[in-house]
Write a protein that binds this ligand. Structure first.
Ligand code: FAD
Length: 517
């Protein structure tokens, strides 16, 4: 039995009187991503708890606007172990999705604690501390499944709009009856914007602002939809992934491009009387202004300009300056035991969708099961005593790190980046330990060491973005911590180099992390 299981003896759904508990894994967020991880961990017999701020499982769907139907057919809306209970090519309502998620949690008896908002995740030694109000949970693993659609992206100039203009975003829009009489400017012409504009145009004069995003040429639910969706889904879920060259190439563009319209198309918008207008770029005399200088006299502005996740409660150095976590397939190399799931193109084009999140959840559950601390200690002990790899050696059964080694051109770029970082560190701190890289033969683990946390975070961000698909990136602040991290992984560094300028000014480059490959 694992240690955490004995630490918490009661029902994991209810917090005990004692304010500090222990679990092997804490999942933050009980939407589809958190439930899918829970399913895979439960199947592996792991001890975990799911903390969710909502009052009821499925609430993030219930709270979306009333007329919302899925854009994906029911055939691709099922989580692992339970198909979506609707005809394969029907498009469920948002409330049906919410009910399905609730039924899923019940069917697999997942330990969801509802109404618990996590305020802070931090680190204390080799454990994570998850704080929610007065209670604390210590955990070996934390999975962040808090969703990617929390904060609407609203331009700063929105604050200058006349306060008499009602401003809403898709999280607060319910139906047209909410809106005062007068014109409505819907800003953002993606799927949400187009569907909402189409709906409000029945009762209000409506303008849809923003460049056209194109549209999918087949009609949802049609014969062609049934015929072409399966190969399309296969392509976007199996080929457009970080494990294929085409997927890695497509990812940066996919992360910043608005999806084409699926259900409501330009022709229907025009027929409904929705006028397409250019991008909204500012405010003049309290009213929204378009990029062609036209000022819109409207009573409502609906911002359908996208969302971003809210990770302000995560107190760990894993984000770049845009607030994006550095990870490979959701595994944060710089913070062993920390994972993200449910993010847009986490590992595949479909990662944030109902039918795609299960794959990522399975992969992360596998990492958790294979990296449990006791196993890591045993693996490290065997290394130290020179034993051969055993059956629970993390990379032995199914290797947790990327299977593909980078090609030599990529390696050259990588070594140049590391070299440049070593140079920068040496110039900034002439006598301090600088940066090491370690690529174990056959095991693509990349180790970055720098005693300056800011430099380390920046380097890990750069390297993670560029090489996260090829290497598991570990970032540590000292060679000793680096060695321990490698041991925890059960890996031995071979061919490691340390860049450092010695006190007498000589450049030193030497192998540091010895061991057998
Ligand atoms: C308008 C819209 C339409 C979509 N249509 C489709 C579609 O047709 N098909 C499809 O497959 N996908 C669709 N998606 C994408 C995706 O399926 C949904 O966004 C889905 O809700 C994501 O699930 P999630 O579990 O990642 O996050 P969420 O559903 O947002 O769940 C996250 C949970 O975490 C909780 N939480 C957040 N922060 C904390 C915290 N600090 N502590 C504790 N709990 C916390 C929240 O309360 C929430 O319950 C759509 C998304 C949007 C916005």
């Amino acid at each position: 039995m694992n240690r955490q299981a004995t630490d918490h003896k009661g029902d994991p759904r209810t917090a005990p009187a004692a304010a500090t508990e222990r679990f092997e894994t804490v999942i933050v967020g009980g939407g589809q991503a958190g439930l899918a991880i829970g399913y895979h961990l439960a199947k592996r017999g792991r001890r975990f708890v799911i903390l969710d701020a909502s009052q009821r499982t499925g609430d993030s769907w219930r709270q979306r606007w009333d007329s919302l139907h899925l854009f994906t057919p029911a055939r691709y809306d099922g989580l692992p172990g339970m198909p979506f209970p609707a005809p394969a090519f029907s498009y469920p309502t948002k409330d049906q999705v919410a009910d399905y998620l609730e039924a899923y949690a019940i069917r697999f008896d997942l330990p969801v604690r509802s109404g618990v908002r996590v305020d802070r995740v931090s680190r204390d030694g080799d454990r994570y501390v998850v704080a929610a109000g007065d209670s604390r949970i210590l955990a070996d693993h934390v999975v962040v499944a808090s969703g990617a659609h929390h904060k609407p992206r609203i331009p700063a100039f929105a604050a200058d709009l006349d306060p008499r203009i009602l401003q809403l975003d898709p999280n607060r829009y319910r139906d047209p009856s909410q809106l005062p009489a007068g014109g409505v400017l819907v800003v953002g012409a993606g799927n949400s914007g187009a569907e909402i504009a189409f709906e409000v145009s029945r009762t209000h004069p409506t303008w849809l602002s923003g460049p056209a995003t194109g549209h999918i040429p087949i009609r949802t639910g049609s014969k062609w939809d049934r015929l072409l969706t399966p190969p399309f889904w296969w392509f976007v879920s199996r080929v457009l992934t970080v494990q294929t060259p085409i997927g890695r190439k497509a990812r940066p563009k996919a992360l910043t491009t608005t999806s084409p319209l699926e259900r409501v198309r330009p022709k229907e918008l025009a027929a409904a009387g929705v006028e397409r207008v250019p991008r909204t770029v500012g405010v003049r005399d309290g009213s929204p202004m378009l990029e062609n200088g036209r000022v819109m006299d409207v009573a409502t502005v609906l911002w359908c300009t996208g969302f971003r996740p809210d990770f302000t409660w995560i107190d760990l150095p894993v984000f770049d300056q845009d607030g994006t976590p550095a990870h490979h397939r959701g595994v944060v190399g710089s913070q062993p035991g920390l994972y993200f799931v449910g993010l847009w193109f986490l590992s595949a084009f479909t990662s944030s969708l109902l039918g795609g999140v299960g794959n990522d959840a399975g992969y992360i559950a596998e990492q958790i099961a294979s990296h449990q601390h006791d196993g890591q200690r045993r693996a490290a002990a065997r290394h130290q005593s020179g034993g051969s790899p055993g059956p629970d050696r993390p990379w032995n059964a199914k290797h947790p790190t990327p299977s593909r080694s980078p090609n030599s051109a990529n390696k050259t770029v990588l070594y140049r980046m590391i070299g440049a970082a070593v140079g920068r560190a040496q110039r900034a701190r002439p006598h301090g330990p600088a940066v090491m890289s370690g690529v174990r033969m056959g095991t693509p683990v990349l180790l970055l060491v720098d005693d300056d946390p800011a430099a380390l975070e920046a380097l890990a961000g750069d390297v993670g973005r560029r090489f996260g698909a090829d290497y598991q990136v570990l970032a540590e602040r000292s060679p000793v911590a680096a060695l321990a991290a490698l041991r925890r992984l059960g890996a031995v560094a071979g061919g490691c180099a340390a860049g450092r300028r010695a006190a007498d000014g000589r450049d030193e480059r030497r192998g540091v992390l010895g061991g057998r490959p």
